[in-house]
Design a binder for this molecule. Sequence first.
Ligand SMILES: [Fe+2]
Length: 420
Amino acid sequence: MHFALCELAMEQNNVLFSSDKEIRDGMDVELAARAFKEAAAVFMSRYVNKTEKNLTADCGDGVVLQVKDGVSPEEFEAYAAEELANNPSAKISEIAGNRFLSIPLPEGYRYASYFPSRQQARMVCAESGELMPAQLGEKDHYEGQKTVTQIAPNDEAKNFGMCYVFSLGEGHFLIYDGLGDRGGDEEKIYNVMRSVTPEGQKPVVDAWILTHPHFDHTAGVYQFATRYANDVTVRNFVMNMAAGHRFHMKLWYEISANYACWIDGTLRAFPEAKVWKAHTGQTFSVGDARVEVLYTQEEFHGVEMPVNDTSLVTRVFLSGKSLIFPADISGAEECQWIHDIYGSYLKSDYYQLAHHAWDTDVLRFYYDIDPEHMLWPLRARDWDRETMWTFPATKVYVEEMNAGKRIFHIARGENITLPL
Ligand SMILES: [Fe+2]
């Protein structure tokens, strides 16, 4: 059944990328609804089993999220003090004045957050699973030059999306997403890893972060998995995917293809890898890199969202540099949330622009980040489009580019490797 659903989802995914609007509008909604639900159920049952084993939460199953407004800082601190007193393994942390409380339980965990600017407390209650450990790397220090590579999508094959490979040293890596699956870009990912991995050793992906369930971020990872599962070790995946019911039914084909095929298929290809659910406010290390989780789709739980706005927003600290990855987040409310919650704390050296940087409200937090370097996996065909530079965000970027205000690293067909 898995493969039949996969095929159906793939077929419909081609419809999604059809330029013919009539074909897309003519989709059989009833069939779509049925296949969507079945595909999501298959994915979830796999994923929940996986989480029982590896202690990760899911996309909705077994997790309850509570939100309480009108909570004063004193009330939250009193609650936190009680939890800390009752549970010796509970821990509290802070990012920019926001408070995060981790409470491991014999079965599952609780994770509370408090945002003073919103007077809001939130609580994730996971029936099973474990909180992410502090270190996902095999070691906490690797020798060797640290770099980040922006993988360029194959423009001729009309591939697109984003993929970043951090080389951490000694053949260990941290990766973000993997582009779409057109044009063999998985080979570029492998070649980057192979070129800096010692002879006779398999490259080791200590952590592969999957930002959101979209073709141009996950299909390439699946393609990579089908081709290189025996040549590479993947130790951990990190994600926080929204449950299928969070999306409009019209998106069923994208979502089912992602959950039932690309993500599930990737996890099957690396059965030893652990899968961790990231929550806002968590930090974890991957070798010498420290990763901070700044936003997950849980912050807008209960609201039907465009898929891009369910992206994880994270920041990497490595070799004294900071690199922020907002993935494809674009919505006004979500971008405003990031600005309101963190403000100038977001200041970073490197900023990853969404490949579709024209269609976004990121200017709401862009000036907080105020980066020196801009990483932009833009395709030549987009760069050359006349309308490209007429949008509010791209107008700002081109002005800054012309004024030499920031250093732009724009893909346009070529991988770009930066030393860190
Ligand atoms: Fe994307």
